[in-house]
Design a protein around this ligand. Sequence first.
Ligand SMILES: Cc1cc2nc3c(=O)[nH]c(=O)nc-3n(C[C@H](O)[C@H](O)[C@H](O)COP(=O)(O)OP(=O)(O)OC[C@H]3O[C@@H](n4cnc5c(N)ncnc54)[C@H](O)[C@@H]3O)c2cc1C
Length: 485
Amino acid sequence: MSRYTVIIIGSGFGGQCAAIRLKEQGIDDFVLLERREFMGGTWAQNTYPGAAVDVQSPLYSIESEPYDWSQMFAEQAELREYTEHVLAKHGLRDKTLTHSNVEKIQWNGEQQCWDVQVKERGLLQAQFVINASGPLSTSVIPPFPGRESFTGKAFHTNEWDHSYDYKNKRVAIIGSGASAAQIIPAIAPDVAHLHVFQRTPHWVLPRPDYVFKPWQRRLLRNKTVYRLLREIIYWSLESRVIGFKYSEKMLDLVAGRRARQHIKKQISDPQLQKKVTPDFTIGCKRVILSNTLYPTYCRDNVTLHDKHDGIESITAHGIKTTQGNDLELDLIIYSTGYDATDGVISYPVVGKEGVTLADVWADFPRAYLGTAAPGFPNLFIVTGPNTGIGHTSAIFVIEAQMNYILRAINEVRDAGKTVVEVDAGAEERYTQHIHEEMAKTVWQTGGCNSWYKSKSGKVIAMFPGFSFTFRRWTKRFRRHDHHIA
Ligand SMILES: Cc1cc2nc3c(=O)[nH]c(=O)nc-3n(C[C@H](O)[C@H](O)[C@H](O)COP(=O)(O)OP(=O)(O)OC[C@H]3O[C@@H](n4cnc5c(N)ncnc54)[C@H](O)[C@@H]3O)c2cc1C
């Protein structure tokens, strides 16, 4: 059985950042475990037509890894190239075991380490585990009645089947969130007919994309220029938190007004305008950036079904709507999202005295700095509870978490000890503070039901404040909030 100092679970940007930082600190005795046959996480997995990032690429990139992006909002192929560049530059392929699906991890009190059960490889052990299994990695399809009976083609956006030619086919897409908003304009011109099933509309703002000219790309290779651009983007996005948290009125006045104008400018049919207009405050759900979604809804070969004409059942040949219409279909695309809140970790975690993380999180997921939980020593959760950021780059938050994780690991090693565990009182105080702050935010009060909320009704996906506050908190390791033994 192999034993490592650190096992990292997941090879997306979370796993990559962890590996890079471990190497920088001279900790080389680690392995990355990846359940897929390929590395890279989100941008290797999501290959659907139109896939692209929603945060400007100079910011949605690893701080120490600038890149000469071809456009402001990179498309999936370029994000994958970037990922390949990072993996190659840091020699991460040699440190990764693909086809390694972690099925369970359990704290081994006797040996003071984690037993990591891997489906394809049996038992591995590690002193520390960094879980980077991804907040949006495990896709979900709700149990629509009759789903299994459909005889046409069907897949989730996360598992796009490129061997299937959707051209001239009768297609339905279920869901109208961020992925669907990219797929709909990308495929509509090629399909015979596209039925879009929207449960609730999202607010949509124009996408300020920009293709960099060759001389600008050359400039992006300059680290100082890259950093400057990153700063400008960062602060312009960060100012949105003022609206998210401190002034819903201002949010509505500035962003809400722009979104309503966007609808009026791009859609002339009042019925369609009504269908796409949300009844909650902008920002409550993730805002979609698109210049092409609304014009696509206006096409003759696209039908938008709202909640008054939803899915009654899936039949052998298509979808029966709640208005009693039978739609004949060749392809159903499930754009129904991810197990992002209550199932934030994709495998069972058993801590001290056999207590599971699922038990501790029965009410709602919670963790100190969204990263550490009492009873689960030497375990760090990347993109854990309340670390989500709707307005800026998830990589910024991931990198902040790495400050804390590396400090914690080094504290143990420097002290010649083996275990670090967050104090239960410290975690309780942190969680209480987070939810007190959350009460003021648009995610809690904006009148929507989003995937940011767990079944408890608490918003557990988002961090209720400025991302620089989170980064500041992670920079200092508070020794008195931890037990080191
Ligand atoms: C379609 C899409 C668009 C997005 N757009 C944006 C955006 O515009 N801006 C933004 O900030 N964020 C965006 N995100 C969020 C995105 O998830 C994060 O930005 C970031 O990529 C998360 O990195 P990660 O490493 O934590 O997770 P991931 O990239 O999801 O990587 C997790 C990895 O862990 C592996 N894994 C999971 N479970 C196991 C297991 N049991 N055993 C072994 N391996 C396992 C997975 O296979 C995967 O490779 C988007 C997400 C999706 C799905």
